[in-house]
Each structure stands twice: as structure tokens, then as C-alpha cells.
Design a protein around this ligand. Structure first.
Ligand code: HEC
Length: 164
């Protein structure tokens, strides 16, 4: 009789513990399920590659190329570079925009193929990231270097995909 009570006790403890286990497992599952319900909103590609180039890529690249350098005119030779916080922040924004234009090139049916188009876009984005880091660390040399790499990445893709 005593041992029956003992085993009933053991069994009920075991059930209690496994019950807690189920509750925890259920809570975990519902927590994991939550993000799936809140999936990223659907995006709708609108611009052509040409429009992305003309509207985002080209203006952002021009801002980066023009941010640091030497200007010669009647007044003589002037070194130009961003000086204020606002000017560096504006340059960083252009670099970030350049990188984002690369994301757009990979969206929807824009990739012309899954090979060179993707790797060339990734190199182009990495070059843009260089400019972004340089702007964030206020490195004029970094901007000049990144400008060269960006420029090459544009040419590489335009040669491959024969931009007219
Ligand atoms: C991954 C490939 C790729 C990269 C990288 C790329 N381009 Fe392009 N670009 C294209 C293609 C393809 C076209 C032609 C689009 C068309 O005519 O339909 C084009 C067209 C252009 C045009 C012409 C737009 C017009 O209105 O006719 C400009 C300007 C341009 N690119 C600038 C740039 C600059 C500047 C960079 C680098 C900062 C760059 N592109 C990087 C693929 C690329």
C-alpha cells in the first residue's frame, strides 16, 4: 500500500514536470511563429534599370566623385573636401543611396542572369560600402580610393551588358 502511494506520487510528479515542458514548448513555438505572421510587406518593383541608373546610381556616384578633389580656376588651386558634420553626413547618404541602388538591381526580374549580373552588382555595392565607411570616418583619401573602385565597377558592368 505504501509503495503504491509512492509510485502514484512519482508518476504525478513526472506528469507535472512533463506538463511544464509542454507549456514551455508551446510558448516557444508561439514566439517563433510570431515573426512569420508579421512578414515583410510585399514590395512592388516600378523603375526600369535605366531609371534606377539615371535617378539614383548616377547622381549618387557624381556626388561621391565630386566631393573630394582639386579645383583649378582663375583664383588658383583649391582643395575641396566635405568640412562640416552636415557635409559629411550628406556624402554618407549619397554613398548609402548608391549601395541601395544595387539592392534594387537585384530585385524582382531586374537581374538579367543569376551569374555575372549578381557578382558585378555585389562588387559595385562593396565599392559603395567603401565610400560609406570613408564618409563615416571622414577620410578624404578613402573617398578618392572608393571613387576609383566605384568607377571601375560601373564600367565592368556596362561593358558586360553593353550599355549603349
Ligand atoms: C550590375 C550592372 C550595372 C552597374 C554596376 C552599373 N550599371 Fe549603369 N547601367 C546598366 C545597364 C544594364 C544600363 C542600360 C539600361 C538600359 O538602357 O535599359 C545602364 C545604364 C546606365 C546609364 C544610362 C541611363 C540612361 O538614362 O540612359 C547611366 C548614366 C549609368 N548606367 C550610370 C552608372 C553608374 C554611374 C554606375 C556606377 C556608379 C553604374 N551605372 C553601374 C548596368 C549597370
Amino acid at each position: 500500500m505504501r509503495s503504491t502511494v509512492y509510485w502514484l506520487f512519482v508518476v504525478s510528479v513526472a506528469l507535472f514536470i512533463s506538463g511544464i515542458g509542454f507549456v514551455i514548448a508551446a510558448a516557444r513555438t508561439s514566439r517563433q511563429a510570431a515573426p512569420a505572421e508579421a512578414e515583410a510587406p510585399a514590395t512592388v518593383p516600378v523603375a526600369t534599370v535605366k531609371q534606377i541608373m539615371a535617378g539614383m546610381t548616377q547622381p549618387a556616384a557624381t556626388a561621391i566623385y565630386g566631393a573630394v578633389g582639386t579645383v583649378m580656376n582663375a583664383q588658383g588651386v583649391t582643395e575641396i573636401a566635405p568640412e562640416t558634420d552636415e557635409e559629411w553626413a550628406a556624402l554618407a547618404a549619397q554613398a548609402a543611396t548608391l549601395v541601395e541602388s544595387g539592392n534594387l538591381l537585384l530585385m524582382g526580374d531586374r537581374p538579367i542572369d543569376r551569374g555575372d549580373w549578381v557578382t558585378m552588382t555585389q562588387s559595385f555595392m562593396a565599392a559603395g560600402q567603401m565610400a560609406l565607411k570613408a564618409a563615416q570616418s571622414r577620410s578624404t583619401d578613402g573617398i578618392l580610393e572608393a571613387g576609383d573602385v566605384i568607377n571601375q565597377s560601373c564600367d565592368t558592368c556596362h561593358e558586360r551588358y553593353q550599355r549603349q
